[in-house]
Design a protein around this ligand. Sequence first.
Ligand SMILES: [Zn+2]
Length: 167
Amino acid sequence: MNTSENKKSSDNICEDCGAVVAEGKAGCLKLFEEILAREFSDYRYGKIHRLTVDAYSLQHPDAYMRSGKSFAAHLTGIYTALESEDALAVNQTVQKWLSTNPKFDKPARLPEQRGNIKVTYIYSAVDADEHSKRVQEWARDVWSAWSEYHALAKRLVGEATTKINNS
Ligand SMILES: [Zn+2]
C-alpha cells in the first residue's frame, strides 16, 4: 500500500483543467500568473492578453466565471475574438451592456471537459510569435469544448448590441 504516492500524483494535476503541473491547481495558477506578467511587460506578448484571460477563465470557471456577469464577459470575449471581424468594438459594446447589470442567469451546468490544450503549452512558448500562435490554438480548442454554449454567446452579443445601440 502506498497511498502517499497516489495522493502525490493526483496533487500534480489541476482539478479544473487537467494540466499536469507540480502543486496541481495552485501550480496551474502560478503558470498563468507568470504568463500574465510576461504579457504585461512585453507588448509583443500583450497583444493577445485578452484571449489568454478568456481561455484560462473558460478552463477554470469556478474561479473566473462565478457571477453571471463574468460568465457573459469571458464567453462573449472568446466568441468575438475567434468569430467576429471587429472584436474590439464588440467587446466594448458588451462591456457597456454588462455595466448596466442586465438580468442574466448563468447556466447551471458547464462543460466538464474543457479542452485538451492546457496553460503549460502556452507557458513553454519560446518567443512572442509562438506565444500568440499557441494562445490562438488553445482558445480554439477551449472554444470547441464549449460548443454547446456557442449559441448562447451569439445571443448575448446580439442582446448587448441591440440594447446599447438603442439606448
Ligand atoms: Zn488549471
